[in-house]
Design a protein around this ligand. Structure first.
Ligand SMILES: O=C(O)c1ccccc1NCC(=O)[C@H](O)[C@H](O)COP(=O)(O)O
Length: 258
């Protein structure tokens, strides 16, 4: 069993619990969507999605002392184009309350990074204030991916559709994904290779598709590598969470679009 299988097995239990106890739209009123797509597609620099991630299966504890709203504010002040919040509890020590707390503190789009397998998680993401949700091609059969994609779009959410290989990229294109996230991390082996983006991004020919490269960004040279292949945004977790000087980290990773 891979770690992704383990995470998905937990999600099946979480969804069963949610269906029992969660009533969509029972939370705070939902404010207007902040479009990640519109902001990133026209930006002059490679946009940065800065992530709040306390821990992860591959790295263990990263930063449990973080105060999510304060961290998010610092991200925004340093030029983050969007903020990603890992809300999974068992494997990443996150919570939906992190997302809700951050929503009120910043004006950039908020990505609910979780392992979505059911519509009720999309309802919840919207209710807690997400503008964007993540769908992972490796986690869902094509028919379910398509259904969840359409469901999220009907709720006026942007969808970051994540792929890691050619077959998943083909699926993402057939779903009509406007935002494709290429994860450099293999969620089954944890191997991280920025070459995955170089390989897959060159196969996305539609200039209206927004390409985001995810995972493994440490240095400016990493970003320079992917921007040559039409990447308009990067998703950065660990480097942000371990940074002792976010102004410096953002300045290192911010590069102009070609
Ligand atoms: O990060 C993990 O160990 C992990 C394991 C299994 C599923 C997902 C996982 N991470 C989610 C992500 O893809 C990253 O949080 C995100 O892309 C940022 O990566 P990084 O900048 O390398 O922290």
């Amino acid at each position: 069993m891979t770690i992704l299988d383990e995470i998905l097995a937990e999600k099946v239990k979480e969804v069963a619990q949610l269906k029992h106890s969660y009533h969509p739209a029972s939370r705070a009123s939902v404010s207007a969507k902040r479009s990640l797509y519109d902001r990133f597609i026209q930006a002059e620099t490679v946009s940065i999605i800065a992530e709040i991630k306390r821990a992860s299966p591959s790295k263990g504890v990263i930063n449990t002392a973080v105060n999510p709203p304060e961290q998010a504010q610092e991200y925004a002040e340093n030029g983050a184009g969007a903020i990603s919040i890992l809300t999974d509890r068992p494997f990443f020590q996150g919570t939906m309350l992190d997302l809700e707390a951050v929503r009120g503190k910043v004006e950039v789009p908020i990505l609910n990074k979780d392992f979505i397998i059911d519509e009720i998680q999309i309802d919840r993401a919207k209710d807690y204030g997400a503008d964007v949700i993540l769908l992972i091609a490796a986690a869902l059969p094509k028919k379910r991916l398509d259904a969840l994609y359409q469901y999220a779009k009907a709720k006026d959410l942007d969808v970051l559709l994540e792929v890691h290989n050619e077959e998943e990229l083909k699926t993402a294109k057939s779903v009509g994904a406007e935002i494709i996230g290429i994860n450099n991390r293999d969620l089954k082996t944890f191997e991280v290779d920025i070459g995955v983006t170089e390989h897959l991004a060159s196969q996305i020919k539609n200039p209206e598709t927004l390409i985001i490269s995810e995972s493994g960004f440490r240095h400016r040279a990493d970003v320079e590598r992917v921007r040559q292949h039409g990447v308009k945004g990067i998703l950065v977790g660990e480097t942000m969470m371990r940074s002792g000087n976010l102004a410096q980290t953002f300045s290192d990773l911010r590069v102009p679009q070609l």
